[in-house]
Design a protein around this ligand. Sequence first.
Ligand code: SF4
Length: 190
Amino acid sequence: MKKKVLLHVCCAPCSASAVKMLGKEYDISFYWHNPNIYDIEEYKKRKDAAKKYAASLGISFYEEDSFVYDYDNWLECGGETCGFCYAERLSKTAEFAKKNGFEFFSTSLLSSPYQKHELISTIAKEHAEKNETKFLYKDFRPAFYEGKNSLRSEGYYIQKYCGCAGSYKQQKARVCRHINAPKRDLNDKN
Ligand code: SF4
């Protein structure tokens, strides 16, 4: 019999690589708790996509109350200080796993090459210990692009920024810099 793992899912595209790498060995359930996501429309889009992906695979989808979105607590993060954000999400995942008889928990945050991978793992281990449960570590990054591209080809929503208001502003600033950049002279060899 496969072992039960509760997978915290930050979004559908990141969960695809985790499913690919854990699916053969583990009985996966999805857990949604991402109060960091700005704004409300974005929050809904990501949650709906994750839910739809779970349904397409016949995977159970659990979530905290009917709606959890917490703008105020992420006002200061600026899209850089991510420890608080990881801890908030992974502590709830560990608690839920313990309470509901999952042998392990893990997170799709380990899929993205843009996240602070080691910090996620350290924080997850801390909360596993606190809750007397087990954190299942696996580096899902090798399957990240394959997973993301396969969901994109199936028409799933793919977000353009990490989640909080700070990361949204950073992404906007990058786009603006790109738009305002002087057009390159194609004859210029420099
Ligand atoms: S950049 Fe991402 S991980 Fe970091 S605080 Fe913002 S939403 Fe959380």
